[in-house]
Ligand binder design. Structure first.
Ligand code: SF4
Ligand code: SF4
Length: 124
């Protein structure tokens, strides 16, 4: 690259708006097609554990006894397998950026007990 071209580029960049932003203080609009984070609508979850079994990264842990569904967002590669395999369709990809964190942490959700169906009176 000639010195003239290089100088032109350097000078040009002095007057251009920077491509980068002061993330996380400032963010760019979410790009089209961003997969985002796995979210669980726990009211529909039956704690079957299929999502945990299918996850290629071991990012999900389902504890039936404690009624908890846990995801390690630092392990998740956003492949969407858990969302596709959930029999209750309670998982979805939320196209947002995960919150900035200084330390690794797990997201543990408590799955509520299912609401008991009222018993039908056979005599009407
Ligand atoms: S596959 Fe769906 S219903 Fe089963 S534990 Fe996972 S989130 Fe819950
Ligand atoms: S999106 Fe993929 S990597 Fe992330 S939790 Fe679901 S199955 Fe695991």
């Amino acid at each position: 690259m000639g010195g003239f071209k290089l100088g032109k580029m350097t000078l040009g960049s002095l007057f251009k708006k920077p491509e980068t932003v002061m993330y996380p203080l400032e963010t760019k609009p979410v790009p089209k097609g961003l997969k985002g984070c796995v979210e669980n609508n726990v009211s529909a979850c039956i704690l079957c554990g299929i999502c945990a079994k299918r996850c290629p990264c071991g990012a999900i842990v389902v504890d039936k006894k404690a009624r908890t569904w846990t995801i390690d967002r630092f392990r998740c590669v956003q492949c969407g397998t858990c969302v596709a395999e959930c029999p209750k369709s309670c998982l979805e990809m939320n196209p947002t950026r995960p919150k900035v964190a200084k330390e690794k942490s797990l997201v543990e959700l408590h799955v509520p007990e299912p609401i008991a169906e009222p018993l039908q009176n056979p005599n009407g």
